[in-house]
Design a protein around this ligand. Structure first.
Ligand code: UDP
Ligand code: MG
Length: 321
């Protein structure tokens, strides 16, 4: 039997692109329903992440026009990952499988069919993997691929060139619901869920309209977030570095004792100043890295809600009005 599919789309100031995205998603759902691949109760779930433009009124309009569109309005801007989680957790109790994608049409909607094929073949999680980064600027490609390499080097398991375009079955979503961390890095958590998984390659296009909501500063903090929430290796490296520095100081000590014994004067304040600065710098850096983790512990112990929902708009299939 065909299952209920929810397509979850986080939207932050997406008034320029939303009408087109909605049109294409609607076409897709209608085609899949007509082909008998998904249940007529399938929906596009648009999550408004505290936009300051007309995004929410557009979503309300879409919902009025067609029951295919549901909406979730968050109380304020919580960032892409939290908005996506809010959508997935709303979809969890309503669907058999959910696909998350960006609002800007960079994720090729055509890949949905392949994702469904894999789902039908028994996969609980299907990762959308971009086949090339030809359309990215050199800078974006360089930083993004460097990021995946660094993550793997640091021992954090991520799927190479996979962002947040993926299908998850209901039981995978239920698994995700049990990860309660507030420092959310979904593409690192999802592989931890387990279950059979597959990948689908797709060509990632350019943003259809509007501008990126991920400037360099946000990208860097997202990368740091990912790294520190998936791996404790940085702390381990600090310990190793400390040990190494200690060894160096021992060698220096022996060297100076020998020189003293043979009567050569130990001279030069330069070496002293250099080591003071070097050690001082290393200590500060190390404190910073450790502080980063302590900050995370602080946020986790508070256990604040990751998102708050102001309003849900929906018209569930088969429900009386
Ligand atoms: N987004 C969001 N909240 C934010 C920032 C972004 O929900 O605070 C959404 C945005 O609307 C889009 C997706 O996250 O659907 C990806 O953002 P964007 O396309 O700007 O990122 P990029 O593709 O440039 O990395
Ligand atoms: Mg984008």
């Amino acid at each position: 039997m065909a299952g209920i599919l929810y397509i979850v789309v986080p939207c932050y100031n997406e008034e320029d692109v939303l009408p087109e995205t909605a049109r294409r998603l609607r076409e897709k759902l209608e085609a899949l329903t007509a082909a008998g691949r998904i249940d007529a109760g399938s929906r596009v779930l648009l999550v408004n992440d505290g936009s300051r433009d007309k995004t929410w009124s557009l979503i309300e309009g879409l919902h009025r026009e067609s029951p295919l569109f549901s909406g979730v309005n968050l109380t304020r801007n919580r960032g892409h990952q939290n908005a996506l989680l809010a959508g997935l957790m709303t979809a969890k109790d309503r669907c058999d499988m959910a696909i998350s994608m960006d609002a800007d049409l960079q994720d090729d909607i055509g890949a949905v069919d392949n994702m469904l094929d894999q789902y039908e073949a028994g996969c609980d999680i299907v990762y959308g993997v971009r086949s090339s980064r030809k359309k990215d600027t050199f800078f974006k490609r360089f930083t993004a691929e460097g990021f995946y390499r660094l993550m793997n080097f640091m021992g954090a398991e991520t799927v190479f060139n996979h962002a947040d375009y993926r299908l998850m079955s209901r039981r995978a979503l239920e698994g995700l619901a049990q990860f309660e961390e507030v420092n959310l890095f979904l593409r690192g958590i999802v592989p931890m869920i387990g279950y059979p998984c597959g990948t689908v390659e797709y060509e990632r296009g350019e943003r259809f309209a509007g501008e990126s909501k991920y400037p360099l500063k946000k990208m860097l903090s997202f990368a740091l977030e990912g790294l520190t929430s998936l791996s404790v290796k940085p702390i381990r490296y600090i310990a190793m570095l400390g040990f190494l520095v200690f060894l160096v100081s021992l060698v220096m000590l022996i060297y100076f004792i020998v020189r003293w014994a043979v009567g050569a004067t130990v001279q030069g304040w330069a070496s002293v100043i250099c080591s003071v600065w070097a050690i001082g710098g290393l200590i500060l850096l190390s404190l910073g890295v450790i502080g980063e983790y302590i900050g995370k512990i602080y946020l986790e112990t508070k256990g604040r809600p990751r998102f708050l929902i102001r309003e849900v708009l929906e018209d569930r299939h088969g429900e009386a009005d």
